[in-house]
Design a protein around this ligand. Sequence first.
Ligand code: AKB
Length: 313
Amino acid sequence: MGQGVLVTGAFGQIGSELVSALQQKHGKEHVVALGHHNVDSSYDGIVEIGEISDKEKLESIIQKYDVGTIYHLVSILSARGEQDPQLTWNVNMDGLKFVLDLAVKYKIKVFWPSSIAAFGPTTPRDNTPQHTILEPTTMYGVTKASGELLCQYYRLKYGLDVRSVRYPGLISWKAEPGGGTTDYAVAIFYGAIQEGKYTCFVKEDTVLPMMYMDDAIRGTIQLMDAPAESLQVTTSYNLAAISFSAQELAQEIQKRMALEVSYVPDHRQKIADSWPQRIDDSVARSEWGWSHEFDLSKMVDVMLEKLHAKLQK
Ligand code: AKB
């Protein structure tokens, strides 16, 4: 297997943190960050610029760096996806298909993120089981449910080693998310620190599954390191950490600083209402040892500390 590790969407919310973890694990000389317009100029490592629709470019990168593993993160998220469903399908599905085809050709191991968005209003909302109904009602969710099946197909048909999790809303301070429904759980920290107030675009009693980014990165790498024989799920693993309402998050911040929150639900409320509130991730816990470290209180502590420092610079 090639030593190179390619990360697509490398400068997005997950990519910015996954790339540095992978650099530490594999060495900077083996990790290639593929971005398009939003490349971080302070980034220290190998960068390639290109669109995920450029299959030839992707293939030349694989050859140039002897890529043996791809973390394919490029994705248009749920709220933005509703503004341009066609683009969302093209980016999310065509990009994935290119990556899977090249992975078969070059015998590459693949990580691809699914999401709680693969679920829909007919899915049990509490303790959502690993194997359940996937009838998403957003285009983003449609690409996640379809992507899961496509990955499974490549695994069964071509023996491709492709691994995947259903991420909940991810909370981080380094790079801001963009175009997602769970973005309020990050934006509220910026509002708190910069203005002492925040207008939340979902109702106060909206409960969604969330996770602090460090847990997500650790879990992702842990899944990729797990022995193939221990992995029985052929689509994507449910992955959970904490579930809280928008109001519970606000109150946890208010225990530490002054914050005024108003709730003005917009079109994203409907998306949030179509997703589960709590996920049962016991299969991931038993098959490859997943466990989270950050509860709500610890996550709020670290978010406030890190963001304060970042915004003061
Ligand atoms: C979104 O809100 O679209 C994403 C997700 C849950 O996949 N954060």
